[in-house]
Every structure is written in C-alpha cells, then in structure tokens.
Design a protein around this ligand. Structure first.
Ligand code: DX5
Ligand code: ZN
Length: 223
C-alpha cells in the first residue's frame, strides 16, 4: 500500500480553519485528520459535527475523523452524515465495539479502531476482519505537539504481521509525534498512513512539510 498522509487539524489556525485546511489539501495531503475530543475520554475539548459539516462544504478532501469521545456509538450516524469518510473510535471508550463497527459501515463510512499507548495492540485482533483501519496512538491522546513514544514501531510491526498473516487489507495508521525523523520508523515497521499535526499544520510551508515527510519514508517498507 502507498503511504497516505493525513494532517491533523488540531494544529491549524482555528480562526482561519477553512483557509488553513484548503491550503493543506492543496499542498498534497491525502486526507484531513479531524480530532474530536469530549473532555471525558481525554482531558481536552475540540469540536464536533457542525465544524466537520462546515469544512466538508468548504474544502474538498477525504475526511479521516478520529473520535476521542466516550461511547462513540451514540454519534456514529451524525458524524457520517456530517461528512466522515473514515470514522475511527477508541476501543477503550466503547462497550460494544462490533455494533459500532457495523453502524459505521451501515452509515457508509470506513470503520477504524484506535488504541491508546497503554492498550496492547493485540486487543484489536478480534475485530481486524471487519475494520478498514487501525489507528495506533504513538502519544497519549488529547494534545498535539507531544513526543513520539519509542515503543510505537514495535506495536505497529506486531499489528502489521497479524494483518499479513491473515491476508487482510487493513490500513495501519499512526498518530502522535510523527515528523520527518519518526515517520520512517513508522513506515519501516509497516504503517501505511501517517497522521501529522504540528509537523504539517504547524509548519510555515505545509507543501514543503508534506514533501519532506514523503521523502523521509521513501525506500521504507510499504512506501
Ligand atoms: C492527539 C491527536 C493527534 C494530534 C497529533 O490526541 O489524536 O491527531 O493532533 O498531533 P502531533 O502530530 O502534533 O503529535
Ligand atoms: Zn488524531
């Protein structure tokens, strides 16, 4: 699989969100990563469906929505109607993982499941054949600009091995502290989707930042 770059709007200029997202989409981002936080599952608050709906009308892009909210099943339909193309939720936040995955598919989006750094990546294995993506958190979810946790490539590799062993086509995404130094470690371990907030939206020239991330991964497994 080719590497997809999904810049996280958490590091965007929220006072100029539409322009900022349009600029990053035009700069060659494959998707836009939308971090939704509820102040319960994570100790931070961001935004919800209205902001996604407004962006979807203003900026043509693939919307990769990352729900960091408690009991996400409650909001699946609304996020899909608002424009989520991919909808990822946390294993730790949802008592009924299977139903939530099916609800996402039924609503027409691609289901993703995410795990925090302290959750064994093996916990997603029972759901792999129904998922389109697994999002491996490489920082504690809640805030942008944190440092990449060094155990993350090992977790990515274990997940990739299991996906290959079972002959599945599930994307492996990594989120948190991804930059030109850490991206190649992720790609080499088997990640095919990279979320980067501060490294792209925080950069003075997003097109140059995207190019340098792609360049850093060139030659790695999957790139
Ligand atoms: C963190 C979010 C990330 C965050 C990444 O909870 O899920 O998507 O924006 O930001 P950086 O790339 O700055 O670590
Ligand atoms: Zn995220």
């Amino acid at each position: 699989m080719e590497i997809l770059l999904s810049p996280s709007i958490l590091s965007a200029d929220f006072a100029a969100l539409g322009d900022s997202c349009a600029r990053v989409a035009d700069a060659g981002a494959d998707m836009l990563h939308i971090d939704v936080m509820d102040g319960v599952f994570v100790p931070n608050l961001t935004f919800g469906m209205p902001v996604l709906r407004a962006l979807k009308k203003r900026v043509a892009a693939v919307y990769d929505v990352h729900l960091m909210i408690d009991r996400p099943h409650r909001y699946v339909r609304e996020f899909c109607e608002a424009g989520a193309d991919w909808l990822t939720f946390h294993l730790e936040a949802e008592p009924d993982v299977e139903d939530t995955i099916e609800a996402i598919r039924a609503a027409g989006a691609k289901p993703g499941l995410s795990v925090k750094p302290g959750t064994p990546v093996e916990a997603v294995f029972p759901y792999l054949d129904r998922l389109a993506m697994v999002l491996v958190m490489s920082v504690e979810p809640g805030f942008g600009g944190q440092s990449f946790l060094p155990q993350s490539p090992g977790r990515i590799a274990a997940l990739r091995r299991e996906i290959e062993r079972r002959g599945l086509t599930v994307r492996v995404s990594v989120d948190g502290g991804v930059n030109a130094a850490t991206a190649p470690l992720c790609a080499a371990a088997g990640a095919d989707t990279l979320v980067a907030g501060s490294a792209v939206f925080g950069a003075p020239d997003p097109a140059a930042a995207i190019a340098s991330l792609r360049e850093a991964c060139r030659g790695e497994v999957g790139a």
